[in-house]
Design a binder for this molecule. Structure first.
Ligand SMILES: [Zn+2]
Length: 318
């Protein structure tokens, strides 16, 4: 019951990210947030309760964190981590640039943590951004909140007795997503490539795509076995079976929409065909209504087709 309530608050705060103009001044929105700490593996924890789900590796060397949620929650997050480790928080990897993930960056950096992210995250956090689907402008973060260490394709941390492999896949939820694989602990944090139990937001204006989402989920599944724990960016802790169900939903909805587009029909016809009909009961009760998710997938496919056409033309000219 408490978990359910915390999940609802987390979704509510994600809606805050979707709905506000980018300034988290409403302190009262965070006042009731409780951070719940869940043990995922021997020294891996998942923190839920505000913003994106946080992953924590707490071992003999230090605390290694994945994402930093919203800035007003930093003290609560530190208190939650202090219950499982007395080591310093040394590294924070941002899974992507949306504010509910790096919002606390500056606070943690001031306490001595090194910020790590894909190089496109650094670029987007340091400049004003516009999220087209939300009609929302996001101001840049101060220099002290930007990653000190960036990577392009992959990097590995050898800490806490684990091999922490971080890799990037192009054009997924954004153009700067990082997936974190704790190889020895058999835990994978997927950031917002995985929304468990709710239709996913795909930020097309920041380089995201439905095809990238599907490709990334397929790739992560190749790393999973029956014991793998999968931490989603939003929603409850998951596993291989949960991720397979998510993949099935993504592929089915994508294929149905693609089919209607190939018949030469427009968005209204796509929506009228109700391509999410048998998934709405399980996935349609989050912040994205089924119709909004359909619109995102439709826009993504149209964009991908026009880009493919453009590249074909260029090849023809060359
Ligand atoms: Zn996001």
């Amino acid at each position: 019951m408490i978990t359910r309530r915390i999940q609802l608050i987390a979704i509510l705060l994600f809606c805050l990210f979707l709905g506000t103009s980018g300034v988290y001044s409403a302190a009262q929105d965070f006042a009731n947030v409780q951070i719940q700490t869940m043990k995922v593996a021997d020294n891996i924890f998942m923190l839920v309760g505000g913003g994106g789900n946080i992953g924590v590796s707490a071992g003999k060397d230090c605390v290694f964190m994945i994402d930093a949620s919203y800035a007003p929650l930093t003290d609560n997050i530190k208190a939650a981590i202090a219950t499982v480790s007395n080591k310093p928080i040394q590294f924070i990897i941002n899974t992507h640039w949306h504010q509910d993930h790096p919002g606390g960056n500056e606070n943690f950096a001031k306490s001595g943590a090194f910020l790590v992210a894909h190089e496109n995250v650094g670029k987007r956090l340091s400049t004003e951004q516009y999220i087209d689907f939300l009609k929302k402008t996001v101001p840049p973060l101060p220099a002290s909140a930007l990653p000190a260490i960036t990577f392009n394709e992959h990097m590995t941390f050898h800490l806490n007795g684990d091999e922490i492999y971080i890799f990037h896949i192009e054009r997924v939820h954004t153009d700067g997503d990082a997936i974190v694989h704790f190889r020895k602990s058999n835990v994978i944090h997927m950031g917002d490539i995985y929304f468990n139990g709710i239709y996913p937001f795909i930020d097309l204006s920041a380089g995201g795509s439905i095809s990238g989402m599907i490709a990334a989920v397929k790739q992560v599944l190749t790393l999973c076995n029956g014991n793998t724990k999968v931490i989603p960016g939003h929603g409850p802790l998951s596993d291989k079976t949960g991720l397979e169900a998510y993949l099935k939903m993504l592929i089915t909805v994508r294929d149905r929409i693609d089919h209607v587009i190939k018949e030469g029909k427009n968005l209204d016809a796509v929506i009228a065909s109700r391509p999410t009909r048998d998934f709405d009961q399980a996935w349609g009760k989050g912040f994205l209504k089924p119709e909004q998710f359909v619109r995102i997938v439709y826009d993504s496919l149209v964009k991908e087709k026009s880009q493919a056409q453009y590249h074909r033309k260029i090849e023809f000219v060359l």
